[in-house]
Design a protein around this ligand. Structure first.
Ligand SMILES: Cc1cc2nc3c(=O)[nH]c(=O)nc-3n(C[C@H](O)[C@H](O)[C@H](O)COP(=O)(O)OP(=O)(O)OC[C@H]3O[C@@H](n4cnc5c(N)ncnc54)[C@H](O)[C@@H]3O)c2cc1C
Length: 503
């Protein structure tokens, strides 16, 4: 039998579909190709199970591409008194930053201006000390996440030049993990699962789920009953469509993408408390691609979940208003170059409380029909969620993912010297392989359009190895060019040309 590779492409998908349509019965069917489902596929495949994952659209099509791209250590949960989630987040952050996905993560300093109220200041400092104690207890070295500290007003303005000086007496700095991109983490987990033999089949929807399979329909209309020894549903906010018993509340989180000039090209994130709401903040996060991600709202949503949610103008105005309270110049709509919204799958009912106060714990439950449901949680805790879900199947092989590096995470044997920094930051030890697509056509090392940082070789890699089946998969979920609509417009023709040549 050939050794499986991590590489996903249209040919592998077609072969996997042929096998499944011919009656192959895997050990496990996973439904959903977000971070949770891909994590489950990796956990189970690395324990030796024969795994099939079906995803209605594309990898990271749902909530997993609309996050704030932070790997949180639990400060927010400490503020809500949710110690269990805080601890789990700190442990998973440590694993991701030191062993699993260090190539996709960087430590990001967060500047928080000192509150004028001395009581609040004491509370914030105590929270930061507690979060640092969690960091230490979780085993994250200081060289990975430095100690929080107090800084002067001018040091704060050096890190975030747009900070207003009126009333600024100083600030605190604390550190957390930032992903180069959430969809890239999801694809890396899926490809690592594929390297253990998991069959990752996108453009295939499941319905009529039981403990022994589901009805599967591909986008070209083929349909059959897929039998499996076990089934895990990891369908995020769409879980109730497959399993109406799961108690879920949905909330919308919106972000604005700001021109970096609007904040003076910040070197650190800015965190500003929302007045009158305990433990709630707005933030501005600098990114490697340039735009600053500003967020975040938390609004309950009822009715069917949109495939691609939209950030309403009122959400964006709320973010700009609250962030502006800490700036020299108020932000305006002219500073906004894009926006996005994601839907949070929150476990339980809101019971009249704000959705921001619903716990971010996860749920793993086995249903009477025999399937297991896993939902809730965070991007940060996907690995633990996956472990708990596979444990719930009663599999005897132990979980190994706590220290299992994702594709690209191991240091490259040949080093990174001479490789474009952008490729190293996105592909880790695979950067050399990605750069080599340009050996025959050096233009592939050029950006795909003016003012768009993605390189042509990234498009080739997306098609040949990352399971991109059309140009939108590349623009929207592999390169994330589509987060800024004007950039996608400029890049589309060149990306299409490279896509066609790469197939
Ligand atoms: C605005 C926002 C910001 C966030 N920021 C952070 C953050 O900074 N850090 C953090 O740790 N967490 C963050 N989170 C939480 C995190 O993003 C989510 O918990 C996580 O992405 C959920 O992943 P999932 O795989 O469970 O769901 P999804 O990513 O939604 O995946 C579910 C998948 O199932 C597929 N699917 C649905 N139905 C079917 C079917 N019938 N057949 C086949 N496939 C199906 C969907 O197409 C989808 O791709 C944030 C969430 C939001 C909304």
């Amino acid at each position: 039998m050939p050794v499986p590779t991590p590489d996903l492409d249209a040919g592998r998908r077609a072969r996997d579909l042929d096998l499944l349509a011919s009656g192959h019965v895997p050990d496990l069917l996973v439904i959903g190709g977000g971070i949770t489902g891909c994590g489950v596929a990796l956990d189970a495949a690395s324990r030796g199970l024969d795994v099939v994952l079906v995803e209605s659209h594309d990898l990271a099509f749902g909530t997993s591409r609309w996050s704030s791209k932070l790997v949180h250590g639990g400060l927010r949960y400490l503020a809500h008194g949710d110690l269990g989630v805080a601890w789990e987040s700190a442990v998973e952050r440590s694993r991701l930053m030191t062993a699993i996905a260090q190539h996709l993560l960087r430590p990001l300093p967060h500047v928080m201006p000192l509150d004028p109220d001395p009581k609040q200041r004491t509370l914030v400092r105590a929270g930061l000390r507690a979060a640092d104690a969690l960091r230490a207890a979780a085993g994250t070295p200081r060289r990975v996440l430095p100690r929080p500290r107090s800084i002067s007003a001018s040091q704060a303005q050096h890190l975030v030049p747009a900070l207003g000086s009126h009333g600024l007496t100083g600030a605190t700095v604390h550190w957390d993990g930032q992903l180069v991109d959430d969809a890239r983490l999801t694809v890396a987990v899926a490809r690592t699962a594929a390297a253990y033999g998991a069959r990752i089949v996108t453009r295939a929807s499941a319905s009529r789920v039981t403990g022994s399979g589901a009805r599967v329909r591909t986008e070209d209309g083929a349909e059959w009953d897929l039998h499996a020894r076990h089934v895990i549903v990891a369908a995020g906010v769409w879980t109730q469509d497959l399993d109406p018993h799961t108690p879920l509340t949905t909330s919308r989180g919106s972000h604005a993408l700001l021109r970096p000039e609007a904040l003076g090209h910040p070197r650190a994130a800015l965190t500003v408390p929302v007045s009158g709401e305990r433990g709630r903040y707005v933030f501005a996060l600098p990114t490697l691609d340039g735009p600053v991600i500003a967020g975040i709202t938390d609004e309950p949503v009822s009715g069917p979940s949109a495939d691609v949610p939209v950030a309403p103008e009122a959400d964006i105005a709320w973010i700009l208003d609250h962030l502006s309270t800490a700036l020299q110049r108020p932000l305006t709509a002219d500073d906004v170059i894009g926006s996005y919204a994601g839907l949070r799958p929150l476990v339980g009912e809101s019971g009249g409380q704000s959705t921001a106060d619903i716990s971010r714990r996860h749920l793993v439950e086995r249903r009477a029909e025999g399937h297991v449901v896993v939902t809730g949680g965070k991007l940060t805790t996907y690995r633990r969620m996956a472990q708990d879900a596979v444990d719930a199947l009663g599999v005897s092989a132990p979980c190994t993912t706590a220290s299992l590096p994702l594709i690209g995470a191991r240091p490259s044997p040949t080093g990174d010297a001479g490789l474009p920094r952008r490729l190293v930051e996105r592909f880790g030890s695979e950067a050399g392989r990605v750069a080599a697509y340009a050996d025959d056509d050096p233009r592939l090392l050029d950006p795909v359009a003016e003012g768009v940082p993605a390189l042509g070789v990234e498009v080739v890699h997306a098609v040949r190895c990352e399971g991109a089946l059309d140009v939108d998969d590349v623009l929207e979920r592999r390169t994330r060019i589509g987060m800024v609509p004007s950039a996608a417009e400029r890049a589309r023709a060149r990306v299409t040309q490279i896509f066609d040549g790469a197939q």
